[in-house]
Design a binder for this molecule. Structure first.
Ligand code: AHM
Ligand code: MG
Length: 340
């Protein structure tokens, strides 16, 4: 019988091969453990009393993005903060749900890494029992800095040491890259451990499937209007094939589908979010997903620049996103060049 490979074994073997050090390995193990705890809370649903908005007496609590927080957003954030504070491998943490980065409490030792996360992405789907997920990104803390400030996190996506997400769907899966391919682990709920189920995910180059929120069409810029217009015109149009559309509205679930069977995911610039630079966050969503997608042979772009080369200017910066099957992302980029 083939031996199953746990996340722990995978990481130890990567450490032996010199592709990860002990601190980064421990960090990923701790994040994975926190994801298991979040998975249990998500799985309890209404029975756990975790559905609905955070806040008291009818007043919804808001995050830095001005969005109403769900109870599970707050709980997942606390689980990740608590799990990562004491391990000694971090110099600081930053979360989509917090205004500024969080220092490591003085009572604990500090390490060389920075952890960024979106604790519960797709939270509009929590109350309707549709997949949500956690997204994370790991950076190195600049040399000589022991207590990281916001500015120390502002590194381009190419600097990521590791990135991943955990999807809380029919099964809980952790998808991870440490820069040596993108690999999927499925949570064995009876044993309580993540087991390697796909080594080296590969996104097909070509696709006939796109993911976008079509209700925003009238707000898009010219390149996106032309691009999607041509996708919709099917076999008779310039693209010469019929396209299918999917939109879960949980980035983790949409990206997981694309890593599994191909496709293009886009959240373009539109006139509603133009002042903010886009809808999705560079540091917590776009960069980690882009590294995972590139490591699986796909591509990721803002439409005008390779995503991983964007120099961040703010912790909560937003960007337009196009990622997935390489030739389709290249097509979207071409429309941006031709119709700008
Ligand atoms: P969130 O981090 O507040 O959950 O928002 C991000 C989510 C993504 O998961 C998803 O792709 C997108 O927002 C859906 O947006 P929309 O509701 O506009 O379709
Ligand atoms: Mg999010």
């Amino acid at each position: 019988m083939p031996q199953s490979i746990s996340l722990t074994r995978y990481l130890i073997e990567e450490q032996r091969a010199g592709r990860i050090n002990a601190d980064a390995r421990l960090l990923i193990e701790v994040v994975a453990r926190a994801c298991k705890t979040i998975s249990i809370a998500v799985g309890k649903g209404a029975l756990g009393g975790v559905l609905g908005d955070a806040g008291t007496a009818g007043e919804a609590s808001m995050n830095i993005q001005g969005e109403a927080q769900k109870k599970l957003d707050v709980l997942s954030n606390e689980i990740l903060l608590e799990a990562n504070a004491w391990g000694g491998h971090l110099a600081g943490l930053a979360s989509e749900e917090m205004d500024t980065s969080q220092p490591i409490p003085d009572v604990y030792p500090r390490g060389n890494y920075l952890l960024l996360f979106d604790p519960l992405d797709g939270s509009s789907n929590i109350d309707v029992n549709i997949s949500v997920g956690t997204i994370f990104s790991v950076l190195r803390c600049p040399e000589g800095v022991t207590q990281a400030q916001d500015e120390h996190f502002l590194q381009p996506g190419t600097a990521q040491v590791a990135a991943g997400y955990c999807t809380y769907g029919p099964s809980t899966m952790l998808v991870l890259t440490i820069g040596n391919g993108t690999h999927a682990f499925t949570l064995d709920r009876e044993v309580g451990s993540f087991v390697l189920t796909t080594r080296g995910m590969r996104i097909p180059d070509e696709t006939k499937e796109f993911a976008v929120n079509m209700s925003n069409q009238r707000f898009w810029e010219a390149p996106m209007q032309h691009y999607v217009g041509d996708l919709l015109s099917g076999k008779e149009g310039p693209r010469g094939k019929d396209f299918n559309m999917r939109w879960v509205a949980s980035m983790v679930a949409d990206v997981h589908r694309i890593l599994t069977r191909g496709g293009i995911f886009s959240y373009p610039l539109d006139s509603k979010c133009a002042a903010k630079g886009g809808k999705l966050r560079l540091m917590y969503e776009a960069n980690p997903m882009s590294l995972l997608v590139e490591q699986a042979g796909g591509a990721a772009s803002t439409g005008r620049q390779r995503m991983l080369e964007v120099q961040p200017t703010g912790l909560h910066q937003r960007v337009p996103v196009f990622l997935g099957s390489k030739s389709e992302v290249e097509a979207a980029v071409r429309y941006h060049r031709e119709h700008d």
